[in-house]
Design a protein around this ligand. Structure first.
Ligand code: UDP
Ligand code: MG
Length: 316
């Protein structure tokens, strides 16, 4: 039997929060007559989180747990949680009680009735440190919107709801949990919605992410955009860039040669900055071009080179 909702919760050292979180989820789901499962992924906690999860699974039938051997990170935890999830709607939530389970019914409704593939929470009023989190986050989300074209205010919000097929179609690797909407969009899911959600101060424990998230996040966004556009045809990028650079270098050289022919012995080719610029550009252009070939070889040998998501089939 598939439950209505799978709630996927990645956690790292959150022993104090778990009983309260699970009791709250259970209360909300019971009141709204949802069948549910909660998948708690213990991402290598060093406190007693796993024992707490084991006890909770005795108290509530819908509790499932996965324990990692060590701390891999939030993305791998979500990845395993998504693999295990079987609900029609899958909701992710942080374990630290900063996200409110009271949002579950409306998120569920938006996916099931309004037909969204993905609904992302928006912590419009935020209870985190203003200098290290809230301000950089605003800036960062602006860049995200601009680069990815997805108009979300709070891309990295831990509280999100998905149609099951969305999470089964994407692979959350590395630290890509910050960009699940981008992954979903690239997999062809365009109905991405947003819901203003309550945010609460952290009651127990400490935050696991600091300012370095913004640097790593930006680099990840660049990679994700690159892989989705050129991942299967890298030569189109490197070849174009390389040829273009080489061509400019070549034109500059031609110009120097013509000048030399025109002006004769008085013209010192190696005295001109243009000479060095053109030389550099031709070398860089060639290198870039050959990088494209190497990238093509890598892609040819990749295991997923012919994985295309099909939505429907007839007669097959
Ligand atoms: N988390 C995790 N593995 C990690 C770091 C964090 O599973 O390596 C979990 C953490 O326990 C929490 C969620 O990811 O449930 C969000 O982390 P946190 O609350 O520290 O982030 P913040 O709210 O400060 O952005
Ligand atoms: Mg938090």
């Amino acid at each position: 039997m598939q439950p209505d909702i799978s709630i996927v919760v990645p956690l790292f050292n959150e022993e104090e929060s778990l009983p309260e979180l699970v009791a709250w989820i259970d209360r909300v789901c019971t009141e709204n007559k949802f069948s549910y499962e909660v998948i708690l992924i213990d991402d290598g906690s060093k406190d007693n989180s796993w024992d707490v999860i084991k006890n909770l699974s005795g108290d509530y039938p819908g509790i499932k747990g996965i324990k990692f051997q060590r701390n891999y990170g939030k993305s791998p935890a979500l990845h395993e949680g998504f693999k295990a999830a079987s609900g029609n709607v899958v909701i992710t939530m942080d374990a630290d009680l900063q996200d409110s389970p009271d949002e579950i019914p409306e998120l569920y409704r938006m996916v099931m009735e309004d037909g969204y593939d993905l609904v992302s929470g928006w912590k419009k009023v935020r209870y985190d440190n203003a200098i290290t989190k809230n301000l950089p986050s605003k800036l960062y989300n602006g860049v995200n919107r601009w680069v990815s074209g997805i108009k979300l205010h709070d891309m990295n919000c831990g509280l999100k709801a998905y149609k099951r097929k969305v999470i089964k179609s994407i692979e959350v690797y590395g630290e890509m949990h910050r960009f699940i909407p981008v992954l979903a969009k690239h997999a062809g899911f365009n109905r991405i919605g947003e819901k203003v959600v309550q945010h609460r101060p952290r009651k127990y424990g400490v935050s696991k992410f600091g300012w370095e998230r913004f640097i790593n996040g930006f680099l990840d966004l660049m990679s994700i955009q690159f892989v989705s556009r050129f991942g299967k045809k890298p030569m189109h990028l490197f070849g174009t860039l390389g040829s273009f650079t080489f061509l400019i270098g070549f034109i500059l050289v031609a110009w120097i040669v013509i000048d030399k022919l025109r002006l004769g012995v008085d013209y010192g080719v190696t005295n001109k900055p243009t000479f060095y610029i053109s030389l550099t550009m031709m070398i860089l252009g060639t290198l870039c071009f050959f990088t494209g070939f190497i990238a093509e070889l890598v892609v040819r040998n990749a295991v997923d080179r012919n994985v295309y998501l099909t939505e429907e089939k007839i007669g097959l």
